[in-house]
Design a protein around this ligand. Structure first.
Ligand code: ASP
Length: 450
């Protein structure tokens, strides 16, 4: 039994929906279909979810919403007409879009979520109607009926663990369920969405709940590439990754899948495959707990910018009990997340994402370190990038670090810091952002093309 999720670009037009139908028809194990809202047809297009945000803004500010409503309805109508679907489905969808502006504005923390969720909810109804017309035994299933119960955190819902028992009941029967992604229902019956891009999370939850054999996530690329295709010319697609490797790559900017989407499938030990709706015969990238065969030590090279380093030095720092705790405590008090802490005997660097450090927070940290901790040297270094060389199998290989540093050195790229966790899933280099792309290119070359 498979759970198959389609992203917005796979559902953006009648042509795309026809590909989706063929994919489902091809394999009778595809019993659960999770859908996003219609996405962009071309780069300059607007996603239905973004159009719903504008509709919401105009509604709460008591502005004219007619253009928003007609654009959104027209978007569905174009697809419905091209697919020759019954008019009834258009009526259902138009009414649902119109009715959003009858929801109460005051004391309604779920209003925004209700607007956003309408994109996937109506698309699931449309897809179910299309499948039925094409002789598939398909049923639209609202997340409430599926048992997808979530916490009361608008825009950032968490699954309530009791949901799994409810979802498991869907295993019975033999119809194909079409489930809208991105949202669940609270115990007091409100629509509550996950964070943006959250349909991936729904797919993963359903896969864990029904104990699927596979969670298929269909998008518009041939899986995960070993480096960003905007940086490296035609990088290869990775055939197999472990969950740990995927997490490391995603951390450093590989955003094919929503970060939180890995967790439910990972915990339930369900393999996930990322596939291309426009090229379904390509095997894509499979993500599972372990590699099924021996593989090269490095699977991918990722990079991300907008990092800042707080560099601190103090003579005899290593002998000063509690120094590290005090530094971390000030960060905690200021509600700052830190990412990495490379150290030397008398040095400590705290690497953060730039967005964590507002001007006020920075001033407070500087004053605390100088006045309370009496540091000898303090510098806030900006415009830093991290480069991650990722591969679980690195721990069984000697010389990975030297290959990487040699490639960087030969290209005159200065390494500011290095960090490697004990699990050896990745090696992290901190470099100047202006050298990020070049670093990725030369590392890709030395690990994959030489
Ligand atoms: N439609 C939602 C968004 O654009 C959720 C999703 O597509 O996964 O964020």
């Amino acid at each position: 039994m498979k759970v198959t999720k389609f992203g917005g670009s796979s559902l953006a037009s009648a042509e795309q929906l026809t590909k989706v139908l063929n994919i489902i028809k091809e394999d009778t194990e595809r019993r659960f279909v999770v859908v996003s809202a219609p996405g962009k047809r071309e780069t300059s297009d607007t996603k239905v979810t973004d159009a719903l945000i504008q509709y919401y803004e105009h509604y709460i500010n008591k502005q004219d919403t007619s253009a928003d409503k007609s654009w959104i309805i027209q978007r569905y109508q174009d697809i419905i007409e091209e697919l020759n679907l019954d008019n009834a489905i258009l009526t259902t969808i138009s009414e649902a879009i119109e009715q959003l502006e009858t929801l109460p504005i005051e004391d309604n923390p779920y209003l925004y979520d209700s607007f956003l969720a309408a994109g996937e909810d109506n698309n699931a109804k449309l897809v179910a109607a299309f499948f039925q017309k094409n002789q598939l035994n398909a049923t639209y299933l609202h997340p409430k009926k599926a048992g997808l119960m979530v916490s009361k955190e608008p825009g950032n819902a968490r699954l309530l663990p009791t949901s799994y028992d409810l979802i498991k009941k869907l295993r019975q029967g033999n119809q194909i369920y079409i489930i809208p992604g991105f949202f669940g229902v609270t115990e007091d019956d409100h629509i509550c969405t996950f964070s943006r891009g959250g349909s991936d999370i729904t797919g993963s939850i359903i896969a864990a709940g029904v104990e699927a054999d596979l969670y298929e996530n269909f998008t518009d690329v041939d899986g995960i590439f070993a480096a960003h295709p905007g940086i490296v010319h035609e990088p290869h697609s990775i055939s197999e990754l472990t969950y740990k490797e995927m997490r490391e790559l995603a951390y450093a900017g590989f955003t094919v899948l929503h970060d939180e989407a890995l967790i439910p499938a990972y915990r339930a030990k369900i393999p996930l495959v990322i596939k291309n709706t426009n090229n379904p015969s390509h095997p894509g990238t499979k993500i599972s707990l372990e590699h099924s065969r021996s593989q090269t030590p490095v699977v991918g090279i990722a990079g991300d910018d907008k990092f800042v380093s707080i560099n601190i030095s103090k003579y005899l720092m290593n002998r000063e009990i509690g120094f590290g705790r005090k530094v971390l405590q000030i960060l905690e008090e200021l509600n700052i997340r830190w990412e990495h802490i490379p150290t030397g005997i008398d040095d400590m660097s705290i690497i953060l994402r730039e967005k964590e450090l507002s001007g006020i927070k920075e001033a407070k940290i500087v004053s605390f370190l100088k006045n309370e901790l009496d540091v000898d040297y303090l510098e806030i270094e900006r415009d830093l990038s991290i480069i991650m060389v990722v591969g679980e199998n690195m721990k069984n290989h000697v010389g990975i670090m030297s290959t990487a540093t040699k490639a960087l050195a030969e290209n005159h790229i200065n390494i500011e810091m290095i960090s490697q966790g004990s699990s050896e899933v990745s090696i992290l280099f901190v470099i100047k952002s202006q050298e990020e792309k070049e670093a990725i290119r030369v590392l890709y070359q030395s690990f994959f093309t030489n």
